[in-house]
Design a protein around this ligand. Structure first.
Ligand SMILES: [Zn+2]
Length: 240
């Protein structure tokens, strides 16, 4: 893909970072180190805030990668082609040749992403609660990642295609109708609806002063609409 570099291969699947990702990684690290952790833990030193912020950011994007790998590895197990996984400014994308699949392939391949995030959420919360009393900093990082992974799973299970929830909905309709095109039409309507809600809520946030959240929401909404209209053919996973 243009504007991307392959940083590694996991189980022979190329993992790419797009040029739009590093600024977002730096911004998330900065926001956690300068805004989030100082508000919650003002007694920590500045270096502790930065270490926690950067560690959270690295593991947050690692969690996104794990979510995409969940999709990709199950897709390959079901016999589908997996081209690459990319991290970009809205989150992660797994490029999978879903056109040759069955409703069952799509259902299990899609479910694997949120299931990975739920597993990570439970693991991080468990570790966070276990170590919070002995190491407050690492406990706080683990709890932040637990909550982030839970939100990631919840957001992606919204029923609008091409989010994971919309793909699961389409797989079920596809099985019932026996007609993929008809199932896609129904699931796409919900995707368009969620895209429009994202753009409108983003604009409301921008007007009310929360510009960054608003711009992110509007960008996810616009991306969903473009994907529904067939401009982008990928599995989007976006952090909430
Ligand atoms: Zn996903």
């Amino acid at each position: 893909m243009r504007g991307a570099i392959t940083v590694c291969r996991v189980a022979c699947i190329p993992v790419e970072i797009q040029v739009s990702w590093p600024p977002v990684f730096l911004f998330v690290s900065w926001a956690l180190a300068v805004r989030f952790f100082p508000r919650l833990y003002p007694e920590w030193s500045t270096s502790s805030h930065w270490m926690a912020g950067v560690l959270c950011s690295v593991l947050l994007f690692g969690s996104l990668l794990a979510h995409e790998l969940g999709h990709a590895l199950v897709a390959r197990w079901r016999g589908l082609s997996v081209f690459r996984i990319s991290l970009f400014f809205l989150g992660g994308i797994a490029e999978i040749g879903v056109d040759d699949g069955t409703p069952g392939d799509e259902f299990w391949m899609t479910l694997a992403g949120p299931a990975t995030s739920v597993l990570l959420a439970v693991s991080f919360v468990g570790v966070g609660l276990a170590i919070a009393a002995t190491d407050q900093r690492l406990g706080a990082v683990a709890l932040y990642l637990g909550i982030s992974n839970a939100l990631l799973a919840a957001f992606n299970l919204l029923p609008g295609y091409p989010l994971d929830g919309g793909r699961l909905f389409r797989a079920v309709l596809w099985q019932i109708f026996g007609d993929r095109t008809r199932a896609t039409r129904w699931a796409s309507c919900l995707g368009l609806g969620i895209g429009v809600v994202g753009i409108v809520s983003g604009l409301v946030d921008v007007i009310s002063g929360d510009a960054l959240v608003g711009i992110w929401l509007a960008a996810v909404g616009a991306f969903l609409i473009l994907a529904v209209r067939g401009r982008i053919s990928t599995i989007l996973t976006s952090p909430s």
